[in-house]
Design a protein around this ligand. Sequence first.
Ligand SMILES: Nc1ncnc2c1ncn2[C@@H]1O[C@H](COP(=O)(O)OP(=O)(O)OP(=O)(O)O)[C@@H](O)[C@H]1O
Length: 148
Amino acid sequence: MEQSFIMIKPDGVQRGLVGEIISRFEKKGFSLRGLKLMSVDRAFAENHYSDLAGMPFFNGLIEYIISGPVVAMIWEGKNVVATGRKIIGATKPVDSDVGTIRGDYAIDVGRNIIHGSDSVESARKEIALWFPEGQVYWHSNLHPWIYE
Ligand SMILES: Nc1ncnc2c1ncn2[C@@H]1O[C@H](COP(=O)(O)OP(=O)(O)OP(=O)(O)O)[C@@H](O)[C@H]1O
């Protein structure tokens, strides 16, 4: 089934939003396949955001991502990439709907709490980068209560 890479950024960890964020994905019905608290170095962060190299905010973004621990997660479920982006909300918190994570908890684009893969292909690449050790395969007993 489809998977997405979701990362709680250093501000989300510092602000005590880890439980709240995990809860939103769990309550929706998605299944956790990987979870770890980790700090990344500059080279790793630059690799993750390589598509944005050259953007004026790139250096600030890298400083932000390496400024503290992050929570890296793999979530699985039907349409989890697109739905995960909806749960997260628009990149700029001023545009994020109330009820989304960024809409409810963020103000500034450079402190927008969480990352979610923007396509199935980027999810595949990001999961390979962040979880080289592989993931945990298990079957949720809730499956028949969530899927027809
Ligand atoms: N104008 C900006 N100023 C400062 N930071 C920015 C700006 N635009 C984007 N960023 C930061 O770079 C991240 C990646 O930007 P991108 O355009 O890929 O948005 P996104 O896909 O919604 O975010 P993410 O990849 O973190 O899920 C944003 O989440 C934000 O933290």
